[in-house]
Design a protein around this ligand. Structure first.
Ligand code: ZN
Ligand code: ZN
Length: 427
């Protein structure tokens, strides 16, 4: 039996008065495919990590894929680099960076827009290139690369570096860009290595502002009232780490369809095979139908686990656009129809965390989840949203439960207490 896991990024949300519910509750009134799956499946709600803990996307994903985030998490930068096509070498530290907008106030830089108006395309590409060249010119052991929209990866090379440092990104607006320091809980013996990394990152941050603030692209952007992309903000230091492949952990030969560097990086790190889709952008303008076609192709090619990631919902929540999020959810529902016509497949639809369209950030509330197959026990839930799934038969689940339920539904589990593990008896 094959498995399709659809992760709609930042799926859950909060109550939006103008919609009379969450964006998902609002959209679900007109769902066809998702409500069919909910009606014919078993539903519940899921905390990717734990109640009240807002996960980052990588941690939400790893938890759902059944990995222990305490022992198996290399740091976000590792996945971002891998997603950009770079495998970190020993001694290298990678960070996720954003092009952002700041203004100078006294001796501080105040963040106005953490994504510089979601700058993208040639402008973003060029600014990352200019900064990369400047780092080289300054003799800094670092390089920076553009991935999607405002996003990029910063890689610091050298010996005795450590990713256990704090972020320059304050994660909110009207707050100052932060100085990087070693994690306070870090072993004292390791602090000098983290401090070395922090010093380089602080220097790069200041250089990025100096070189980008006067660039012609930004002068033009300011003239047309767009926020200038005049700094890079860094977070999530990561190092090379061996992670148990998905196949070894769960026995599935997996493929993935995702556009964002982080998601590609996670899937690549776990050894999943990429199914490329033209026009997949990781934004609400993505080629949704193409992604579902890619999923069907992966199933036809014999992969027994397909991970399909859809990012636009999270972008719209961060941008505080609940109505647009609801509209995008309807588009997702529309393209999922072919999946509901499959036979020998288990389908799971959920999110990697909730993102509030009011607060513009990830929150610790659970996400709804559907498990569907032709023979699964059906519960009374008819509609796919946060509230109706909360009364589903699966109740409250955690990210770490999901793969185990999938193994059970695909007949890959063994009764607890039985041990048919030895070699064949020899006569
Ligand atoms: Zn996410
Ligand atoms: Zn997000």
């Amino acid at each position: 039996m094959q498995v399709v896991l659809v992760i709609i990024d930042g799926l859950g949300d909060e109550y939006i008065p103008e919609l009379g519910g969450t964006p998902l509750e609002f959209a679900s009134r007109n769902f066809a495919a998702l409500n069919k799956l909910a009606s014919e499946g078993m539903c519940g709600i899921m905390y990717p990590v734990a109640p009240g803990i807002p996960p980052s996307s990588d941690i939400g994903h790893l938890a759902i894929f059944g990995y222990d985030i305490k022992t198996e998490y290399p740091g976000r930068g590792y996945f971002e680099a891998l997603g950009a096509g770079i495998k970190l070498r020993k001694g290298e530290v990678a960070f996720r960076v954003n092009l952002a907008t700041v203004k100078k106030e006294g001796n501080h830089l105040i963040v106005i827009d953490r994504r510089a108006g979601r700058i993208s395309g040639e402008e973003a590409e060029e600014l990352y290139k200019v900064l990369d060249e400047k780092l080289k010119e300054e003799g800094l052991p670092a390089r920076v690369l553009h991935t999607l929209e405002h996003r990029g990866v910063l890689i610091i090379k050298g010996e005795n570096l450590l990713g256990a440092v704090t972020d320059t990104d304050p994660h909110e607006i009207n707050a100052p860009v932060l100085m990087v320091v070693p994690w306070k809980e870090l072993d004292e013996k390791l602090k000098p290595y983290a401090q070395k990394t922090a010093d380089i990152l602080n220097k790069i941050t200041i250089i990025s502002h100096e070189i980008l603030k006067n660039h012609e692209i930004n002068i033009k952007r300011e003239k047309s009232r767009k926020p200038p992309a005049n700094i890079i903000l860094a977070r999530g230091g990561g190092i090379a780490k061996t992670i148990t492949p998905f196949k070894e952990k769960w026995g599935f030969n997996a493929a993935f369809i995702a556009a964002g560097a982080l998601y590609k990086g996670i899937a690549r790190a776990l050894g999943m095979k990429e199914i490329p889709v033209k026009g997949a952008t990781g934004t609400p303008a993505t080629n949704l139908a193409g992604k579902v076609e890619g999923c069907m192709k992966a199933l036809e090619s014999g992969y027994d686990f397909v991970y399909l990631h859809i990012k636009g919902t999270d972008n719209l929540s961060h941008d505080r656009k609940p109505r647009e999020k609801a509209e995008f959810l309807l588009k997702i529902d529309h393209v999922l129809k072919p999946l509901t016509e499959l036979d020998d497949v288990v389908i799971i639809v959920t999110g990697d965390h909730s993102t509030s369209s009011i607060r513009g950030r990830h929150i610790g509330l659970p996400v709804p989840i559907i498990f569907w197959s032709k023979s699964i026990r059906r519960d009374p839930v008819k509609v796919f949203n946060e509230n109706s799934c909360a009364s589903g038969a699966l109740g409250t689940l955690f990210g770490r439960d999901i793969m185990k339920i999938i193994l059970d539904l695909t007949d890959r589990t063994m009764e607890i207490g039985t041990r048919p593990e030895g070699p064949a008896l020899v006569l």
